[in-house]
Design a protein around this ligand. Structure first.
Ligand code: URA
Length: 219
């Protein structure tokens, strides 16, 4: 500023203490400086990408976003390397905390292919909550729906399925809170979240607890 490189609303300014009015047009070296608001994206994660900002071995989900958009983004709730589906990205730390804070219990819906048909007793255990090795408490009740011969739908997944004596072969996240993975997004593709989706995720609360033994839709 002291070098006279900055202009505000067409007038050169040299005072670094200047308070900008809302909507002030700031120009540095003749180029408009545009304040970028917070950014929110959904991405269709393909298998083989890691949910990290950098990784020495595998490509990251951030590398699927053009470089110009990548700066400052982080992943909101990771998926494992082999898991596909809905991943959220943002540069708004407060928002991502709201979406992921365990106490808010924002539900996630997964489509899983299992090694074995899901036994009714196993589904009942998942609905009731299972104790995972190394954990002090049971998992929260999961809504489980069998949608084919060998598939189930639930959250906190691979370990829960292992805890009831089965094995996840493939896992795909379809939904977080009120937001579905956009079916028009091919694996690796992304889009901005709508204002409604951003607000819906920020307000996301716990799912209705399924009653024992009742088949539930996605939570
Ligand atoms: N549950 C898992 O086991 N893996 C994921 O990536 C997400 C949920």
């Amino acid at each position: 500023m002291r070098a006279g490189r900055v202009a505000v609303d067409g007038a050169r300014v040299r005072d670094a203490a200047l308070r900008l009015a809302d909507g002030a047009a700031v120009v540095l070296d003749g180029v408009a400086v545009v304040e970028r608001g917070p950014r929110y994206f959904m991405l269709h994660k393909p298998a083989g990408c890691v949910c990290a900002t950098s990784d020495g071995v595998h490509p990251t989900v951030l590398e699927l976003v053009p470089e110009a958009e990548r700066d400052g983004l982080h992943v909101v709730g990771r998926l494992d390397l082999d898991v596909t589906g809905l991943v959220l990205l943002t540069d708004d730390g407060e928002w991502s905390h709201r979406v992921t804070a365990p106490r808010r219990k924002c539900p996630k819906t997964y489509l899983a292919e299992l090694a074995e048909p899901l036994a009714e007793a196993a589904a009942a255990s998942l609905r009731a909550g299972v104790r995972l090795r190394g954990e002090e408490r049971e998992t929260r009740p999961a809504a489980v729906e069998t949608v084919g011969d060998r598939q189930g739908r639930y959250h906190q997944v691979k370990r829960m399925v292992a805890a009831v004596g089965n094995r996840v072969l493939t896992l795909h996240r379809e939904r977080v809170g009120p937001v579905d993975l956009d079916p028009s997004l091919a694996p690796g593709a992304w889009r901005s979240l709508t204002a409604e989706e951003v607000a819906g995720l920020a307000a996301c609360g716990p799912p209705a607890v399924p009653s024992e033994g009742t088949s539930q839709g996605p939570s």
